[in-house]
Every structure is written in C-alpha cells, then in structure tokens.
Design a protein around this ligand. Structure first.
Ligand code: NAD
Ligand code: UFG
Length: 334
C-alpha cells in the first residue's frame, strides 16, 4: 500500500490518478493547507476507487501514527509541504517547521512500521543559479530562499537515512516547472489565494481576473530577454512518479532524478503559445526583474530516461491548452 502525502494538491492529485491507472493501491492524507476537500471526492470519482483518506496535519504525531497503524504502508510518495517562495522568505519558521518537522515525523513512523521506500518531491530550485544549462543531477546545489533550503535539507536527511539503513531507498525527484492539467478538466492548479507562478497568473490575466500579466524582466541574457524555464505537463510528472516508485521497490540508497522536458521556453514563448492555441489575448505589462529570479534553468532529463525509462510526452501547446481548459471549467461558476 502506498501512502500519498499531500494527495489533494496539484501534483498529488494527478499522481494519485496515474498510480490508480497503473494498478497501485494507495491511501492519502492532507490537511488542506493549500487545497480543497472537494478534490478528494473528485479523485474518488475519477479513479472509481473509494480509497482511504485522512484529514491529518503531518505535524500531528498521533494522526500520522493512526495512518501507519491502520494500513500496511510499504512506500510513501511525499508531496505534503508548503511551496510559496515569497511566503517562505516572510515566514521562514513556518516553512522549516512544516516541511522539515513534518518530514521527520513521517520518517519516524516509517521507521517504526518498517516502511523503507520513499519518493520525495524535490525541486529544480536546489540548483540555485546554475552556471550552465541544461542542469544535470551532479551539478552543485545551493538555495536562495527558505523554501528551497527545506528541499535541500530534506534531500540531505533522506541521504543520511539511506546511509544508516542499507535497505532504505529514497528517490529524490527534482521537478522543473509543472503546468497543464488532466484532460478531464476536474483536477488542476487552482491555488488558494494569489498565485505566484507564471501559468496561473497568465490564466488570471486571460480570464480578466487581473488587468494584465506582469512580465518580470526583459533584460535577461536569453533569446528574447525574458526568463527561461523548463515547463513540464503535470501528467508527465505524474507518470514520472509511477516510474520512480517502481524503481524504489527494487533499489536501495538515494537516487536523484530531474523531471523536466529538456526544453527551455521564455515568458514570451509561453504568452505567445498560449494566445495562439487558445485564441485569447494576454494583456501584459513589462516590469523590472523579480528579486531572486534566475535567467535560465532547464533540465538534462537523460538520467530519468536511462534509469527510469521515463520521458516527457506532452509539448508546450498541450500544456497551454490543458491549463486553459481546466481553469475555464474551475472558474465557470464564480
Ligand atoms: P500543492 O500546494 O498543490 O500541494 C501540496 C499539498 O500538501 C497541499 O494539498 C497541502 O494542503 C498539503 N500540505 C501542506 N502542508 C501539509 C501538512 N503539514 N500536512 C498535511 N498536508 C500538508 O503543491 P504541488 O504543486 O502539488 O506540490 C507538491 C510538492 O511538490 C510540494 O512539496 C512542492 O514543494 C513540490 N514542488 C512543486 C513545484 C511546483 O512548481 N508546483 C515545483 C517543485 C517542487
Ligand atoms: N514570471 C513573470 N510573471 C509572473 C510570474 C512569473 O514574468 O507573474 C516569470 C519569472 O520571472 C520566471 C518565469 O516566469 O522567469 C517562471 O516563474 P515561476 O514563478 O512560474 O517559476 P520559478 O521558476 O520562479 O519557480 C518555480 C516554483 C519554485 C520551484 C522552481 C523550480 O515556484 O517553487 O519553479 O522548480 F522551486
């Protein structure tokens, strides 16, 4: 049985669906800090499975104990965590406590119940401002904000656990920039509060919720001056977790993989592709660079292909179309 922490979130919900399609049995937990309760009903409908769900905060020792006591958990996919970079700068203690303490409690339960397999949601943010792109898994790591530091610390904690227990396996997945949504239009990224990331903000401008999209900087050393990232369809990312879980089942030690497409697209590339495939105008205004942003980050995805047999299938047009279809549906009755 797989435990999915943070199952109600954006990537967790897509992964739960992918796991279900691949025939895995799972239980889920979430405290809805950044997601909606309805997502669980939607997932049960989509998967056709009445999987067990626990509304528990991972900081709640007794709540976590109950999950492990009531289920034979042999692996964990660990999504639960707070992820807003700006908020992490304002509230570092909240981020360290939630992400790090939460993971430590999870690891204590895993140890107590003999569960030795974990797939962890790390991030390309651990590459800091890379000296060269594409980035591969052996490149140096550094962080520029508390959120990123929690990711790097958890990677290191998991590596130490693997050293101490030779049967333990931790697969560390460094995600690049997930966008898009499942074709059913029922799960996708619809964050609580004001979004930070480009795609949800672009959608808000397209819907007229905001007056315009702010483009943060046109003076980067990139092909059109705007920031370049490796956007990856969330369904590709979800499939990467199925592959990673299978790998964890017959491996030991800490294994690190980039999950990206290997393509770098700029803010203007995204705006223009979105407008073209969806037939909507994106009003935008150009502003100075956002502090902390790096010019260009994209993945070398070869290791994931060679060792997990995983490769992204969707292109930027698919991502733009699916993001738009989902958000139109999600905001239809607002
Ligand atoms: P999300 O916010 O949609 O999902 C995270 C889920 O964890 C939410 O449902 C939230 O309610 C839950 N959660 C947070 N703290 C919790 C706690 N203490 N107890 C129980 N549940 C808790 O985010 P996402 O985009 O699905 O990201 C999933 C993971 O991937 C996160 O760890 C995130 O840091 C990481 N990640 C995301 C991105 C991205 O751009 N989306 C990039 C790299 C890494
Ligand atoms: N951008 C804009 N306008 C906006 C928002 C973003 O121009 O309103 C630009 C940024 O300057 C950047 C690009 O769009 O060039 C992407 O920005 P995002 O905020 O969408 O993503 P980041 O690459 O900055 O960060 C994201 C996550 C981090 C994660 C990182 C690497 O937010 O949590 O990807 O995975 F660590």
């Amino acid at each position: 049985m797989v435990l999915i922490t943070g199952i109600a979130g954006y990537i967790g919900s897509h992964t739960a669906y992918a796991l279900s399609q691949a025939g895995f049995e799972f239980v889920g937990m979430d405290n809805f800090a950044n997601s909606r309760k309805e997502n669980i009903d939607t997932l049960r409908e989509l998967t056709g499975k009445d999987f067990k769900f626990y509304e528990v905060d991972m900081l709640d020792d007794a709540g976590m104990e109950k999950i492990f006591a009531e289920n034979q958990i042999d692996s964990v996919i660990h999504f639960a965590g707070l992820k807003a970079v700006g908020e992490s700068v304002e509230k570092p203690v909240l981020y360290y406590h939630n992400n790090i303490t939460g993971t430590l409690i999870l690891l204590e339960k895993m140890k107590k119940y003999g569960c030795k397999k974990i797939v962890f949601s790390s991030s390309a943010t651990v590459y800091g401002n890379p000296a060269v792109v594409p980035v591969n898994e052996d490149m140096p790591t550094s962080t520029t904000n508390p959120y990123g530091s929690t990711k790097l610390m958890i990677e290191n904690i998991l590596k130490d656990v693997c050293v101490a227990d030779k049967d333990f396996c931790a697969v560390l997945l460094r995600y690049f920039n997930p966008i898009g949504a499942h074709k059913c239009k029922k799960i996708g990224e619809n964050p609580n509060g004001i979004p930070n990331n480009l795609m949800p903000r672009l959608c808000q401008a397209a819907l007229g919720i905001t007056e315009s999209l702010t483009v943060f900087g046109t003076d980067y050393p990139t092909h059109d001056g705007t920031g370049v990232r490796d956007y990856i369809h969330v369904c590709d990312l979800a499939d990467g977790h199925t592959a990673a879980l299978k790998k964890a089942m017959d491996s030991t030690g800490a294994l690190t993989y980039n999950l990206g497409t290997g393509n770098g697209y700029s803010v203007f590339d995204l705006i223009h592709t979105f407008s073209r495939v969806n037939g909507v105008e994106i009003p935008y205004k150009i502003c100075p660079r956002r502090p902390g942003d790096v010019p260009a980050v994209y993945a070398c995805p070869d290791k994931a292909f060679n060792e997990l047999g995983w490769k992204a299938q969707y292109d930027l047009e698919d991502m733009c179309r699916d993001s738009w279809e989902f958000i139109k549906e999600a905001t239809k009755n607002n």
